[in-house]
Design a protein around this ligand. Structure first.
Ligand SMILES: [Zn+2]
Length: 295
């Protein structure tokens, strides 16, 4: 029996006018269709009737699910190559906003690869990851102990200089509780970096309901610049910068397009569009500081 969650009002602004936005199929595991709903008031998009936190595990049961994937196919090769370049770029981005080393919490740490990269650079790292398989791999590969469910993990108040969540928050059911945790764990001068797909990107508009980054029902929330800004403000954060992740356009095109030649051409096209205008970028990194409380 699968428990599902049905929203009668917007999870972001509590607005009651909701309308179907798109119908997307889970191509990876179940083949089931899910409806993506848009709030008329704030524009937030979310997956309606998604499996609850206790029921969703079976939807991750696929060797194709690349964040935990160690396969040797062409898509996996592309994924690993892009990831390696991106680790260095993300590290440089963090150093730009926080030029002294400290403690980093990685939420949705996968197999701990990024944590290991940062640890080698002198950072103290902790992280959490829902998948037991990924946690075991983190231990076997790097002797990194990862905590499990982020909503059951307790870190000390104000312990983190930097919190990162790379393509993680769209998977976590407790939309608001997670951001309360971010706020509790982050130091007053710390920074939070969140990467999520951009639901109004050029590639999302091109592929429509076949856009791979809908990734229903695993992606519960589908963020735009406006809606993540609103969410962050509700939880005491200030948006200080947005960076595009244009390489994600190539990866998403490879997954979205059956014709791999067309996928490469389209991926490059969307990558260039993302470089020229962040609004078009397939995925975005949002950088937040904490709102300062006036004395
Ligand atoms: Zn709303």
């Amino acid at each position: 029996m699968i428990d599902t969650i049905h929203y009668d009002s917007c999870p972001l602004c509590q607005g009651s006018e909701l309308a179907p936005f798109a119908s997307a199929t889970d191509h990876l595991v179940s083949g089931k269709q899910f409806t993506i709903i848009q709030c008329k008031a704030c524009g937030f998009l979310f997956t309606q009737d998604a499996p609850s936190n206790d029921s969703i595990e079976q939807y991750y049961d696929s060797e194709k699910y690349l964040p935990h994937n160690t396969g040797h196919g062409f898509n996996s090769f592309i994924y690993r190559s892009v990831r390696s370049v991106m680790f260095n770029w993300k590290h440089a981005l963090i150093q730009h906003y926080h030029n002294t080393r400290g403690t980093l919490i990685d939420v949705g740490a996968g197999n701990g690869h990024f944590m290991a990269h940062m640890q080698r650079s002198g950072w103290d790292v902790v992280g959490c990851e829902q998948s037991e398989l990924a946690r075991t791999e983190a231990w076997n590969r790097w002797e990194l102990h990862l905590d499990g469910d982020v909503m059951e993990t307790e870190y000390r108040t104000g312990c983190a200089d930097v919190i990162t969540a790379w393509h993680a928050i769209e998977h976590i059911h407790d939309l608001h509780g997670l951001w309360d945790r971010f706020n509790n764990w982050l130091k007053s001068d710390g920074i939070l970096l969140v990467a999520v797909p951009n639901c109004f990107s050029a590639d999302a508009q091109h592929y429509g309901y076949t856009w791979a980054a809908w990734d229903v029902p695993r992606h519960l929330w589908h963020f735009s610049i406006n809606t993540i800004h609103e969410l962050s403000q509700q939880h005491g954060f200030r948006l200080i910068d947005i960076k595009s992740l244009p390489l994600d356009a190539c990866y998403i095109a490879m997954l979205s397009d059956q014709n791999k030649f067309k996928a490469i051409i389209n991926g490059l096209r969307f990558m260039i569009k993302g470089f020229s205008n962040k609004q078009n970028a397939s995925s975005l990194i949002y950088i937040f500081s904490k709102q300062q409380i006036r004395p």
